[in-house]
Design a protein around this ligand. Structure first.
Ligand SMILES: [Zn+2]
Length: 234
């Protein structure tokens, strides 16, 4: 029964019996896992605040063959998300991040880019990054890493590349982009500022809000929600 160690982000915990907890966590080296933390429900326990949702912790665990749950041996807190939970709206956003990680990432599969994305978003939220922008940023990248975010710079009909300022349309079903030269009668127009926002997000790390307007952020968020729903129904 080998002992593993990995930097991890805590996702959720559930009580198990009188004294223990089940912990869902996203480990950098082994992907999403679930494990049992013995004694974690006791008032004084060796885990302290390291198993709070969205805590960044170095977790040591044993993996047993043919067992769904690993056994969590120790958890050393590297970064506490407590500041995030002092503000209601930020806490709601944090819970939403956890939901998306739950929904998009398979278990037992390392996802380094997604791990870095979660860490970056949690840090930005704790440091006061505007919530709407951080949420949008996270959604775009989660969709992109899952291969769901459409290519906004390529016409899906003629294959021509579309420049940032060119007119473009979202095909019925919103899964693909059509240029202005192709038949776009059933397609809906896409605001240039939304395309610019998506481009900013895909090209830059998360800090500040890149000068995006509230309208661009809320429009892109609505599209993201649509793509997330579509992904979940697949
Ligand atoms: Zn075209």
């Amino acid at each position: 029964m080998p002992l593993h160690e990995s930097d991890s982000i805590i996702l959720k915990t559930y009580p198990l019996g009188e004294a223990d907890r089940i912990v869902a966590f996203f480990s950098r080296d082994y992907g999403k896992l679930r494990g049992v933390a013995n004694g974690a429900r006791r008032m004084k326990n060796r885990f302290g605040a390291s198993l709070e949702p969205l805590a960044h912790a170095r977790i040591q665990f044993f993996e047993k063959e043919n067992r769904e749950l690993v056994r969590i041996q120790s958890a050393e807190l590297l970064d506490s998300p407590m500041k995030l939970f002092e503000d209601y709206d930020r806490a709601v956003c944090a819970a939403y991040l956890v939901e998306l990680v739950d929904r998009f990432l398979p278990e037992h599969e390392p996802q380094d880019a997604a791990f870095r994305l979660v860490r970056m978003t949690v840090r930005a939220l704790a440091q006061g990054c505007p919530i709407g922008f951080a949420r949008c940023y996270f959604e775009v990248w989660m969709l992109r890493l899952s291969g769901v975010f459409p290519d906004l710079f390529l016409c899906s009909v003629c294959g021509r590349s579309i420049e940032i300022d060119d007119e473009r349309f979202l095909a019925a079903g919103l899964q693909a982009v059509i240029c202005s030269s192709c038949d776009h009668r059933n397609a809906s127009g896409m605001l240039t500022e939304v395309v610019e926002l998506a481009q900013t997000i895909l090209r830059h790390p998360l800090n500040g809000h890149g000068g995006a307007s509230d309208r661009a952020i809320s429009t892109l968020h609505e599209l993201n929600e649509y793509w997330i729903r579509h992904y979940s129904e697949q």
